[in-house]
Design a protein around this ligand. Sequence first.
Ligand code: COA
Length: 277
Amino acid sequence: MTVEVRSARAAEIAPIVDVLRSSGLGANVGQLLRYPIASPTGDVLVALRNGQVVGGAAVAGFGATGWIGAVGVAGHARRRGVGRALTEACVARLRELGARTALLFATAAGRPVYERVGFEAEGPVRAWRDAAPPRGAPVGEGVRPLMAADVPAVLALDAAATGEDRSPVLEQMNGALTGLVVERAGRVAGSALRSPWGLGPSVVAADREAGVALLSVLRRVPGSPLTVSLPDANAGAVRALRAWGFQPINEAVRMRLGPPPAFDPDRVFGMYNLFWG
Ligand SMILES: CC(C)(COP(=O)(O)OP(=O)(O)OC[C@H]1O[C@@H](n2cnc3c(N)ncnc32)[C@H](O)[C@@H]1OP(=O)(O)O)[C@@H](O)C(=O)NCCC(=O)NCCS
């Protein structure tokens, strides 16, 4: 079977989204692809057999690091090396974009494919959903709306938590940057950004108190119940979520190929999504 893997053309995006949805990657996968399509350091890859789309994947480059996400292969084309070919092409594309380290969140089906390409498991991450109405007052002392002047501090907090330069993500939000920060003694100690690419906010904080304060306020925002994804390694955050009655709804394993960035899971209280963290 000859399979061609390359950067997708604009007309191929819709059939790729159809394949990714049918492969079980969720109804929101098209929304998630908007970032790699729009970002100058992102890309969408397609796998074609006899001119038909049989798989897709996407990358988001952040300088020295980069993410692979939305890897999916149509049911009828599986177990023939398409997943592996897509993964290898994504790694090569990230290297072209300057990344030394490739990161991803693996499902149980994806993990062996990535291991064969050389990825190592780092640790579990989980998505949680608020399942009980909040009681009592929030513990959100110092929480206020995000302002444009906070952006440098937010980027610094983000870099301290992820060990990555995720400024390309903020650039894509343009003027539509919305969220909260928590301020302590005149300094920004945590931030929560709402983004168009995931179910929950990206929350980073200098310590547990600041991160939990933000989550405590976020879960009182009217609308659908709060969903947050975060590493199990942030035990303090997980304890708070469990105590509030959040339920786990999804899990994956963070995997890495290349030198580890200075990632500090204790500072991550919410991820943009299970594509680029
Ligand atoms: C995960 C996924 C992308 C893998 O795609 P795939 O095209 O089946 O991947 P590969 O063919 O490269 O590898 C899958 C298996 O087929 C085997 N295989 C590869 N070529 C083969 C061949 N010619 N003959 C027989 N088996 C083969 C591989 O060794 C691997 O075996 P394993 O399951 O025992 O580890 C696909 O299952 C999928 O879309 N799953 C749903 C969405 C998902 O979970 N995506 C991952 C997100 S992180």
